[in-house]
Design a protein around this ligand. Structure first.
Ligand SMILES: [Zn+2]
Length: 201
């Protein structure tokens, strides 16, 4: 693990060992001449190597506690999965709100995501499921609240299609928005296009 991604906690004393070794080597070079200094450098490097091995063995053996900061800095696979699944639920909810998927598909897909969450997360699954449910329900409630009155049985979410009734140009009968011909006189109905002006009233 690179040292510069480490936690902001103060460095342990043993992180000063390399510096001390280098200073000792320089001191030895000055005091006893260059060959002696080289010898000291070699000894210091050897000691550092042994110390490195020893400390990593300590971590593996569990003598040295693995810090919480280390766990937080590097997201575990479980955390990544959690984030991924929450995003999937959010995307699903978004697509439903856009009318890309209908209620049945939404429920099915959401249940699939939840099932996946159960499989992946083990002990954490209940909490995730509750969070996901709260998330989804909160979103749904906030989206549905303003349009609750107009949210009736006849309205299917169909983006792009006009939801108003279509008025016949010859007899003025109002027809269903997706009708092609007038139900009264049989005149071909032209759906109103956004850039077309009605001409004279
Ligand atoms: Zn008509």
């Amino acid at each position: 693990m690179p040292a510069d991604t480490a936690s902001p906690t103060p460095l342990p004393w043993w992180n000063l060992l390399p510096l001390a070794g280098i200073l000792l080597s320089i001191g030895a070079s000055i005091a006893f001449g260059f060959p002696s200094g080289l010898l000291v450098i070699g000894a210091v490097l050897l000691l550092l190597g042994i110390w490195n091995l020893w400390s990593s063995l300590q971590i593996v053996a569990g003598d040295q506690p693995v810090t919480i900061e280390r766990d937080a800095a590097v997201p575990s696979q479980e955390q990544e999965q959690k984030v991924f699944l929450l995003r999937a639920l959010e995307d699903l909810e978004y697509e439903k709100s856009m009318g890309k998927i209908d209620e049945d598909d939404y429920v099915e897909l959401r249940d699939q995501v939840r099932l996946r969450a159960k499989q992946v997360l083990g002990a954490d699954r209940e909490r995730l499921r509750t969070q996901a449910e709260q998330l989804v329900e909160a979103h749904l409630r906030s989206r549905q609240a303003p349009t609750a009155s107009s949210h009736s049985k006849s309205r299917k979410s169909r983006p792009g299609k006009p939801s108003k009734s279509l008025s016949c140009s010859s007899c003025k009968t109002s027809n269903d928005p997706d009708a092609t011909f007038c139900k009264r006189c049989g005149e071909k109905l032209t759906p109103p296009s956004p850039d077309k002006k009605g001409g004279a009233s």
